[in-house]
Unconditional design. Structure first.
Lengths: 92, 412
């Protein structure tokens, strides 16, 4: 069974968590963005084979959102941490 | 087919001729299809049959039919929600009905009827709408209630015992099951006989694009020049599209399925419950084959989980309490390329000569014939056929989605 370290509660089963999708920050200056730029943000995904930076939500625990770096083939979770202002999406 | 079998029985020492052949890889093809599943092979077949394009290669990293084509639960239906979806899938169903005759290959299509169960008032409302949309398009779908459901599936628990009792069902008589390997083999056989090359064990490593036009593919077996490239790689489609520099709105999720031990025939319809995340039918061997919704998080890993078995076991017993002593025999997973609107992405992309047939999520197998036919037309004419215009790549930039979640998915 896959275990994920919640930065607040420690190591728990994956069934306690909800997956929140790949880390994809909202564009800044929303009013100035074109339809195509919004489509890129809303729909397009990296869908990486390999290490992915992604959101998780500890639903059956502390109820906090955090980021994880997980390999999408091996499911190895390299690290988990709370979001910080300078977090950049992977591969951009 | 049976006559062939009798002849072969009397001719025991000689093996049957091969259905397709291993051929040397040429260094150039008019069309290179990446992905040797039902979609890719159907496209090769229709390129030859409808458009006379025979210089075609199908590249498959594993063996043909190893991906979703051999891992799905073989259900065919056309009772979708949007008029675009209904028209498209109904064309596919009609091609499936003719397939054994057209391809002279017994694909064992059994149109046994398809029941989608409603456990809530909300589901009944959606089903009424689906039945109306279907009937306007000439597709036989109607809403039925427990008395009639009981006649079609006597072992289904339609009492008020379960937590979510069965209130009604969407009945779709033309729906059914088919032998999925036979579909793959029939297309492979005819594509091969028509001149297409099927290369198994060949993996694409890169796609060369010059000035926005495709040039060819770099593979584990050397460089192959190509006039047109089709990406028909389902769960892996993002990794291939990345090579051509085309962004896709796709996330890859595994979906798990399983079979039980063989039982006496007792279920002669396909039973689907969206609320309980389960679809089940009984195979000709007597096994119950069932699948669930996609796994709860995105990954390329196809390992089975205990959580799936517990979930589907519990839900199956809600529907069929008499199965409590039946054991599960095998479990597997396949990769699903999910789009935001649960509709596929087909046809041209911003890179000239690079076509996609992706985003087939959990509903790709039932569309194989029509996807192959329309994609072949798109490649031959370098334009988008009317039937697949709603599924064009540019719909995302235009914010013109085709929302099929209500009819394409279980577990919503």
């Amino acid at each position: 069974m896959l275990l994920i370290d919640c930065p607040n509660c420690g190591r728990r089963s994956v069934q306690e968590y909800n997956y929140g999708g790949e880390y994809n920050p909202r564009p800044e200056n929303a009013m100035e963005r074109t339809d195509v730029e919004w489509a890129e943000y809303i729909y397009m995904r990296d869908n990486k084979w390999g290490l992915q930076k992604e959101w998780w939500y500890h639903q059956s625990g502390c109820g906090l959102w955090f980021l994880a770096e997980r390999h999408t083939q091996s499911n190895e979770v390299l690290k988990t941490y709370f979001w910080q202002k300078n977090d950049v999406p992977q591969g951009k | 087919m049976s006559w062939k079998l009798i002849k072969q029985a009397l001719n025991g020492s000689k093996p049957l001729p091969r259905m397709w052949h291993e051929r040397p890889i040429k260094n150039s093809y008019d069309v290179v299809i990446i992905g040797g599943g039902a979609h890719g092979l159907a496209c090769a077949y229709y390129l030859i049959k409808d458009h006379g394009i025979t210089d075609v290669a199908v590249l498959e990293q594993s063996y043909i039919g190893a991906g979703g084509s051999g891992r799905n639960t073989t259900i065919i239906r056309s009772n979708y929600l949007t008029p675009e979806g209904v028209q498209f899938y109904d064309e596919s169903l009609k091609l499936y009905e003719q397939m054994s005759i057209d391809l002279d290959y017994n694909v064992m299509f059994s149109q046994r009827g398809h029941l989608t169960l409603a456990h809530t008032d909300g589901s009944i409302r959606t089903m009424r709408r689906r039945a109306e949309v279907n009937q306007i398009q000439g597709v036989d779908t109607r809403l039925i209630f427990p008395d009639e459901i009981k006649k079609l599936a006597p072992y289904l628990d339609v009492s008020d015992r379960p937590r979510f009792p069965i209130l009604a069902a969407l009945y779709h008589p033309p729906g059914g099951v088919i032998r999925h390997d036979a579909v793959v083999w029939a297309y492979a056989h005819h594509a091969d006989a028509g001149g297409a090359h099927i290369h198994q064990g060949v993996r694409v490593k890169d796609i060369r694009v010059t000035n926005g036009v495709v040039n060819g593919v770099e593979t584990t077996h050397g460089y192959i020049k190509a006039g047109a490239i089709l990406n028909a790689t389902a769960g892996w489609c993002t990794t291939i599209a990345d090579m051509a520099g085309v962004r896709l709105p796709i996330t890859t999720f595994p979906l798990q399925a399983s079979v039980t031990e063989a039982l006496k025939p007792f279920l002669n319809v396909v039973v689907v419950s969206g609320s309980l995340h389960v679809y089940v039918s009984q195979t000709d061997r007597g096994e119950l084959i069932m699948g669930a919704s996609v796994d709860p998080f995105a990954q390329y890993n196809m390992r089975g989980s205990l959580a799936y078995l517990e979930g589907i076991g519990g839900h199956m017993l809600e529907l069929f309490p008499m199965l409590s002593k039946v054991s599960m025999r095998r479990q597997w997973a396949g990769l699903c390329d999910m789009t935001p609107d649960y509709s596929p992405i087909m046809g041209v992309t911003p890179v000239e000569g690079f076509y996609v047939d992706v985003g087939w999520g959990t509903y790709g197998f039932k569309a194989s014939p029509i996807a192959g036919k329309t994609l072949a037309e798109a490649i031959a004419t370098r334009s988008t056929p009317e039937l697949i215009r709603p599924f064009r790549y540019s719909r995302f930039n235009e914010h013109a989605l085709v929302g099929e979640k209500g009819a394409a998915a279980v577990g919503h």
